[in-house]
Design a protein around this ligand. Structure first.
Ligand code: PMP
Length: 302
């Protein structure tokens, strides 16, 4: 993620990653009481470096802090500018950007009164790889919204994600799928889920999931491309009968599923609405025109 020359932003200063330091008595380190974002910068079709949906990510960064009472004394325009400066100082064009809001030394369980902010960046290929994913239903549920502010992208919440993805990998799968506390399909450890059935796209509604910015972009694209889209709760049994399924997230982008618990889907990924949306998403982040028409092929013909 970094080497001798990497520069990061810490509390208003640009420092060498190897020289920056933090306090080992920090509340964030001990209790997972911190908030982060995951953002991507792309080199657009015109050759400019652009951070995709920077405002939306920093709006969520602020909301995530507020939801768990981490003070937010930052100006988002300044933080966005700091992201661009980190990219410039590291000569990066396409990169993953990681802002982190964390709290100073404090061993109590009282809400923080001060916040520090880090922004670092690294070059990161497709987070879940380029291949279709073999997904396993997790034995772990997503955290109960009555036990946590699940819409806050809080560090501590990611222990749940680590447990679920580790379990899936130990069983020989690529990634996990987690259900919510009521047994409905929720999301992946680091991505939102969508499926296609009879020419329509479905995804779980907000409530028990992280409101993903890629999810919002995919919904926007469906509307623009006249693909019917519905947010609804659904079960794992319904998902097994999908024509195609995909995950989406900033790090993962749009990535198709090969199978769920070893069972494949009706449509080949190449013919799916997910594949079409994957191309539309890529065009959107690169600011390329997207004129391709979807050529539906009936699942029955396959
Ligand atoms: N759900 C979870 C649990 C995540 O960690 C992520 C990644 N941030 C997402 C969904 C997708 O969110 P986004 O599209 O904003 O990256």
């Amino acid at each position: 993620y970094y080497d001798q020359n990497t520069i990061l932003y810490l509390n208003g200063q640009y420092l060498k990653a190897t020289e920056a330091s933090t306090d080992l008595y920090g509340q964030s380190l001990h209790y997972g009481y911190a908030v982060f974002e995951g953002i991507r910068a792309y080199k657009t079709a015109k050759g400019e470096v652009k951070i995709f949906k920077a405002k939306e990510h920093f709006d969520r960064f602020k909301r995530s802090c507020e939801l768990i009472h981490i003070p937010y004394p930052f100006n988002n325009d300044e933080l966005i500018e700091a992201c661009y400066e980190v990219l410039r100082r590291n000569n990066m064009e396409e990169a993953y950007i990681r802002p982190l809001a964390f709290c100073p030394p404090n061993m109590t369980l009282k809400a923080a009164s001060e916040t520090e902010v880090l922004i670092c960046a690294w070059e990161w290929g497709a987070y879940l790889g380029e291949k279709l994913l073999r997904v396993a239903t997790s034995s772990y549920q997503r955290p109960n919204p009555k036990a946590f502010k699940i819409e806050s992208k809080s560090a501590g919440l990611y222990v749940n994600s680590i447990l679920a993805s580790q379990e899936a990998k130990e069983k020989g799968y690529d990634e996990a799928l987690l259900l919510d506390m009521n047994g409905y399909v929720a999301e992946g450890p680091g991505a939102n889920v969508f499926f296609e059935k009879d020419g329509k796209i479905f995804t779980p509604p907000p409530g028990n999931i992280l409101p993903g910015i890629t999810r919002a972009t995919v919904i926007e694209l469906c509307k623009e491309l006249n693909i019917p889209i519905e947010e609804k709760l659904f079960t794992i049994e319904e998902l097994r009968t999908a024509d195609s399924v995909f995950y989406c997230g900033t790090a993962a982008e749009v990535v198709g599923w090969d199978s769920l618990d070893g069972q494949g889907f009706a449509k080949p990924w190449a013919d799916s609405l997910g594949k079409y949306l994957q191309k539309a998403y890529k065009a959107r982040v690169l600011e390329q025109e997207f004129t391709e028409k979807y050529q539906p092929k009936s699942a029955a013909v396959v």
